[in-house]
Design a protein around this ligand. Structure first.
Ligand code: GRF
Length: 197
């Protein structure tokens, strides 16, 4: 069995979209894959409750409880590695996980570490993507699912979705439009990853 570990920090709507797709598309039967753990660095992340209600194990690792980024990432790596199975290393899915991972963590999980970023990478890596797209006068915006490498918001692109930027958009209205597409492309990217694994 391939365990999927999803890391969140907030509402977890992308996590929920992946869980729903896994159930509806029977990932367990087709790819021997299941969402085994939802882990948050914040105890009040709304997605934890949703995951619990859907029968998924949850865990909180509060980054503030660790003296350094390296110490937190070491604990995080241990928590994820607990879900490795012989010949089936866990897939790690970052879904609104608002922590920058250390090179050591990324190196250890490279090739099985996916992230979603709310822009059309390589444009607008980093924060405030929607406002920056509006300020730049972009006619289109979107989201990208990519493999995580040592360089922030880079790495091989698995899926992208494009939405229009409308004349009176604010960062909030644009983010909401992009998010609906994230819920489509993230499950699709994970499915494609499982197919090639
Ligand atoms: C998404 O827009 C994601 O791209 C960004 O944070 C948001 C997370 O939303 N990194 P959710 O927690 O999946 O609802």
């Amino acid at each position: 069995m391939r365990n999927i570990v999803i890391l969140i920090s907030g509402g977890g709507s992308n996590m929920a979209a992946i869980v729903r797709a896994a159930q509806q598309e029977q990932w367990e039967r087709k790819w021997h894959a299941r969402v085994a753990l939802v882990l948050s660095n914040k105890a009040d992340a709304g997605g934890l409750q949703w995951a619990h209600e859907h029968g998924i194990a949850t865990q909180v690792l509060d980054h503030k409880a660790y003296p350094s980024r390296e110490a937190f990432d070491a604990a995080l790596a241990d928590a994820v590695a607990a879900y490795d199975q012989p010949n089936w290393p866990a897939l790690v899915v970052l879904a609104g996980f608002m922590r920058i991972l250390t090179p050591g963590f990324v190196q250890r999980f490279e090739g099985r570490l996916l992230n979603i970023h709310p822009s059309l990478l390589p444009a607008f890596a980093g924060l405030h993507t929607h406002q920056r797209a509006i300020d730049a006068g972009c006619r289109f915006a979107g989201a990208t699912v990519h493999g995580v490498t040592a360089e922030l918001d880079h790495g091989p692109i698995w899926e992208q979705a494009v939405v229009p930027v409308l004349p009176h958009d604010t960062a909030q209205t644009l983010a909401a439009r992009v998010l609906t597409q994230e819920h489509i492309i993230y499950p699709r990217a994970v499915r494609r990853w499982l197919e090639q694994a």
